[in-house]
Design a binder for this molecule. Structure first.
Ligand code: ZN
Length: 323
């Protein structure tokens, strides 16, 4: 009885309210249509095109810088690939166990960055990461490896420096442009497209190295991870440097490249490019980098006399010439 009454009430409600629902639907459709035409009108308007022309320079520079960032090299601990895995890509491993799908996660990983080892080494590597990293990834304390570690640290530093700069530039372009609120809210992607801003996909990742133990049956596994970020690499360079036997050559007296030294050089050069004289004082968003006057590959040292501040454009054309 109760359900029949409820059903009757529902039917009455539907009969009386459907015009309201229809009106709401039409209203919303109309709203979307009007918004669409407003948007189209905005993107064709004089003021939009004027604004677009005004920020063209900043946008072009932004895109150019993004390409530059993507040209930074790949990062790997050993400069020449380890022969051990030379043919690894020709074989594949799969877990053939039918009993436990979860075992998938305990399959061994074959990669340059993973060292398969015993549980005790995995644990010790967590206590003394550099000792085990240098031992098992064949990173002998010598000048060549030290230079390579310093190069990696430099690339990471340049990358994070440039990325911060890119974000600041995009924020500034947006602030300068200041589009109508409804455009920003509903048509943001289209706005970037219309302004030819290609927010770049940046292909860059900080390398991780692993010590991994997987039990014979594949039931348990444990990992120690070493993330080679800028700070870790700086400490690793110091570690290697301490272990390089003091030779009588001048190279042994080299100083290490550090965040602090980089900041010192920029400050010494008054945040001014030593080739084109562009400076932070005039362009707040200028990306500055610290350059080895004589490249490390040609025996240049990380000492004050051999370091200079360059803007990214001058640095780019200098490295294109030397390459
Ligand atoms: Zn310059």
């Amino acid at each position: 009885m109760g359900t029949i009454i409820a059903l009757i009430i529902l039917i009455i409600l539907l009969i009386t309210l459907w015009p309201l629902a229809l009106a709401l639907g039409i209203g919303y459709g109309l709203y979307r249509l009007i918004r669409y035409f407003r948007k189209e009108k905005y993107f064709r308007s004089e003021s939009f095109l004027e604004h677009k022309a005004a920020i063209k320079f900043a946008v072009d520079e932004y895109n150019d810088l993004a390409n530059y960032v993507n040209s930074f090299g790949e990062l790997s601990l050993t400069s020449t690939a380890n022969d051990r895995f030379k043919y690894a890509h020709l074989a594949s491993t799969e877990n053939t166990s039918k009993h436990n799908i979860n075992r998938e996660r305990n399959t061994k990983t074959v990669s340059h960055n993973v060292h398969q080892t015993s549980l005790s080494v995995v644990k010790k590597a967590a206590e003394e990461p550099f000792k085990y990293l240098t031992k098992y990834f064949d990173l002998k304390p010598n000048e060549e490896n030290l230079n390579h570690i310093q190069e990696m640290a430099e690339t990471i530093s340049r990358f994070s420096n440039a990325k911060t700069n890119l974000n600041e530039r995009l924020a500034k372009i947006e602030a300068d442009f200041n589009p109508p609120k409804f455009i920003k809210k509903h048509y943001y992607k289209e706005l970037l497209e219309k302004l030819s801003i290609r927010v770049p996909e940046i292909h860059f990742s900080i390398p991780h190295y692993y010590f991994e133990y997987v039990s014979a049956g594949g039931n348990s596994s444990q990992r120690t991870t070493i993330k080679l970020d800028e700070d870790t690499l700086e400490a690793l360079a110091e570690y290697l440097s301490e272990r390089i036997k003091i030779s009588k050559s001048a190279k042994a007296q080299r100083s290490l490249m550090t965040k602090k030294l980089r900041e010192f050089i920029k400050n010494r050069d008054s945040y001014t490019c030593q080739i084109c004289s562009a400076s932070i004082a005039e362009q707040s968003l200028l990306l500055l980098e610290v350059d080895h006057i004589i490249p490390v590959s040609k025996g240049g040292l990380s000492i004050e006399d051999n370091l200079q501040t360059l803007c990214w454009k001058c640095n780019r054309s200098k490295s294109n010439k030397t390459a």
